[in-house]
Design a protein around this ligand. Sequence first.
Ligand code: CA
Length: 490
Amino acid sequence: MRPGCHPPFSGASEANRVLIVLRHIAKSPIDTTVRNPIQQTMALAKPLLRLAASVLLAAGLAGLACAQDNPAAWITRLFQPPASAKVSAPTDTTQWSGQSGASGDPRMTADAIRAAAADFGNCIAALWPDAERRGITRGAYERLTAGLTPDLSIMDKLDAQPEFTKATWDYLDLLVSDDRVAQGKALLAHYAPTFAAVERAYGVDRYIIAAIWDVESDFGTMIGDRPVLRSTATLACVGRRRDFFRGEFVAALQILQRGDIPPDRLVGSWAGAFGPTQFMPTSFLRYAVDFDRDGRRDVVDSIPDMIASTANNLRMDGWVPGETWGYEVTLPQHFNYLLADSPRQLTVRQWENLGLRRANGEPFPRPAERGGLLLPAGARGPAFLMLQNFRVIMKYNPAEAYALATGHLADRLRGGSPLVHPWPRDERVLTLAERYQMQQLLAGRGFRVGEPDGFIGPQTRLAIRSFQGSVGEIPDGFASSEVLDRLRQR
Ligand code: CA
């Protein structure tokens, strides 16, 4: 049920796992286990990080920064697959666990993975028509895919979903720490002229860009070092996300053929996201801009290109200049929780008339804005009024916890306060298997949850609400262990 995929994050390994998790849920997770020398330097010494970044910025500003229809079958046959791809064999299986994936998808069994890996060369060869339609030359295709082998260790990551068992508050604790707020403020001060120029050009709030930069890669220190072409090729040919990654693989070929980013710098997460703000190849093609005007769109090593490309991405996804992402709100007593998660957006004034107030006691600055209500932890947790820009952040990385962390971090960077309402930290977070079961049990009772996938989104929450209402409980839509117990009983 998730749309697309990607991403990563912080210096601490736990934080990295969280980023990976969020990416996993959303775009496509990021690999944080390996860093390039520059990244290692950055992680070891924050002052050095800033120095290195400023050098890159200076270089970038000086223009020196390193930034149809299906063809007939006979045409396909006319072009023989690249010899290199034909003979390539899976050589990098040493890091793969050899285990079947946890998803239960038939393409993720150990046997299916081995079979797909053995057929990798043919699979790459069969992708040539896609590449040709996208303007890849035969020569470039052969050169770029020569010697390409699958990285099967990605299969363990594709189906490892520990993050699904993490609570929203755990994400926020890790992603919006005081340390990160301090880092972000220093970064905003250091690149103030670039952020200002990008704000003028794209109308996107600098604090959101800085927050995305932070959440995605811990300010560029955790961007992964797997070759994007190899990762996307692997995922296009092996495992359960092939259709999605075929496009990413071809997009990676396009980036390399155009020379926007050199092959040794087009590295990133296991899911193919690269650069400090973790662009997927197709997103790069759509949104990247050459802000430092050196002729290349380089979201990896040019900070102006990276900041501006991220802003352009948000703008083209519908960012509303001058608005924020949302507000923490306080609900009145006896609130009708069925109003949460509604696809119908009310104006802030209408929400006020229903009794909502900003949690920090301040007035809503723009009563005509429209938004919806989100209760990530049910009636016992904080509530948020989400505006259009929240949905834009969700397009960048479609995980509510990600969007919430990014928006809240942006507020903190702007000088805002921590959340007012506490989280229900005593709640036991359901495992992925339990969430699957909850969806299956709901479906078995006739509540619509779509295809059970272990992901608790608006549709599942609506089903939970309906179930809660049917048994006389507060319909807050929270997938609690209590609700699961109740579903199992009846
Ligand atoms: Ca450039």
